[in-house]
Design a protein around this ligand. Structure first.
Ligand code: SF4
Length: 68
């Protein structure tokens, strides 16, 4: 079993059943070379994952209401 707290480029993630939020987290870890603070501070708002990078949906002027 791989350690899902870090993105490992040697792991074939298509062979592991992941939740949607874990898949997003792993992609962000991949993007930031496993620097979790860079995910929190990510300012690439045009990235399709940006709103979901922290594990809950980011609220802003475009999306002011929380759906959960
Ligand atoms: S939200 Fe930020 S850290 Fe996550 S994949 Fe997009 S650019 Fe990378």
């Amino acid at each position: 079993m791989s350690n899902l707290a870090k993105h490992d480029m040697n792991v074939d993630y298509s062979k592991i059943r992941l939740s949607r939020s874990k898949a997003i987290r792993l992609k962000c870890l991949d993007c930031t070379c496993n620097q979790t603070s860079e995910i929190t501070n990510c300012d690439i708002k045009y990235c399709p994952l940006w709103r979901y990078r922290t594990g809950k949906e980011e609220q802003d002027e475009l999306n002011p209401y929380c759906a959960f």
